[in-house]
Write a protein that binds this ligand. Structure first.
Ligand code: SF4
Ligand code: SF4
Length: 349
């Protein structure tokens, strides 16, 4: 029997309103993206493999960033339970093709089952990714985290939208930059960012305003020089990510009356060569209640995987996930503009 989908009224109403904006015939009509890809060799968009399970442990976070696509913050209460965490580990055991458990949130480390999930997934031989906001590593009750992450050789992917304090704090809140630098030092002390240890620390850039990201390789060089010379810190790679026109960033665009211009910018920059590498083609996303989505963005818009009843992880099989038809909408222009964008940065050179 299918689990029943109970989501908080607030989230459902917000998602429905955002979908209405994204399909508004006066702006960008519903199905625009689907029509745009219809003439390419990638239509219909299908999942090709299942390499990564991305789990969202909930919306609780110690920060409230202006661009947050999760609408996370300290007042949110959604959090994955122990029984759903156990379903995640059971799924990993059933599906050997999954090589990576990618853990996100909110601040996923604030979920009480974070450490258990990391330990179980690492012991099953999976690469574990922690999408970390850095400041949580210094918060009272969480200072053991750098040690735990290093022990299980977790790859840390951390947001740092600029190497300049003012720009970073404008997006992520006052004082976030200074704490982020201290947190990176804690990770560096344990070997993160040093190529000889294999402990990976990758940083994430996303535009502070409503522009598209610059060239990833060039910005990575700049970050490396600036962060080394100003603060003496190191990292492995920089991922550039486009701001998706959903959640708080969409609200912000609408408030500033920049939504239409931003969508036109994304549509003009549509690049069909990104379709081959979209993250939804090799990943499946799980929400805090254990339901499946093609990606974290669809999760936030309340677009569950498939067209029928939401599918729970506990009932899903590898066979029905590989080759599934991916559910797209106009926000998908955010993944296909310019060099493309995904959880591992740009999709093309
Ligand atoms: S962007 Fe990340 S750190 Fe900022 S509020 Fe959202 S989940 Fe928290
Ligand atoms: S938002 Fe991006 S990752 Fe998600 S379904 Fe659309 S193209 Fe795929």
């Amino acid at each position: 029997m299918l689990k029943t989908l109970h989501r908080q009224g607030h989230s459902l109403a917000a998602s429905a309103e955002q979908l209405r904006v994204l399909g508004d015939p006066q702006r960008v009509p519903e199905g625009h993206f689907a029509e745009r890809i219809a003439s390419t060799q990638h239509a219909p968009l299908l999942a090709r493999s299942l390499d990564t399970l991305q789990i969202n442990l909930g919306r609780v976070c110690n920060q409230t960033c202006t661009h947050c696509h999760v609408d996370a913050g300290p007042d949110r209460r959604e959090a994955m339970s122990r029984s759903t965490a156990e379903e995640v580990i059971a799924f990993l055991k059933r599906v050997p093709s999954i090589r990576t458990l990618d853990i996100t949130g909110g601040a996923p480390e604030m979920n009480p089952h974070f450490g258990w999930l990391v330990e179980q997934a690492a012991e099953s031989g999976r690469q574990v990714i922690d999408r970390c906001n850095l400041t949580i590593l210094l918060a009272p009750g969480f200072t053991h985290l750098p040690e735990l992450l290093a022990r299980y050789r977790v790859t840390v992917i951390a947001s740092l939208p600029c190497y300049l304090e003012q720009n970073c704090d404008a997006q992520r809140g006052d004082g976030v930059f200074e704490k982020s630098i201290r947190a990176i030092r804690e990770l560096n002390r344990r070997g993160y960012g040093d190529p000889s240890t294999g402990l990976e620390l990758n940083l994430v850039y996303n535009p502070v305003g409503s522009g598209l990201p610059p060239n990833q390789a060039e910005l990575e060089d700049r970050y490396r020089q600036e962060l080394a010379s100003r603060y003496g810190i190191r990292f492995n790679r920089l991922f550039t990510i486009t701001n998706m026109p959903i959640s708080r960033f969409l609200d912000d665009l609408l408030r500033r009356e920049e939504y239409q211009a931003y969508m036109e910018k994304l549509m003009e920059a549509f690049n069909p060569s990104t379709l081959d590498s979209l993250m939804c083609r090799s990943l499946v996303s799980v929400d805090w209640q254990g339901f499946l989505y093609d990606c974290d963005f669809n999760q936030m818009l309340g677009l569950p995987l498939g067209d029928g009843e939401p599918l729970a992880l506990s009932q899903a099989t590898e066979a029905e996930l590989i080759g599934r038809r991916i559910r797209t909408a106009n926000h998908c222009y955010g993944c296909t503009a310019g060099c493309g964008s995904g959880c591992q940065g740009s999709l093309t050179e």
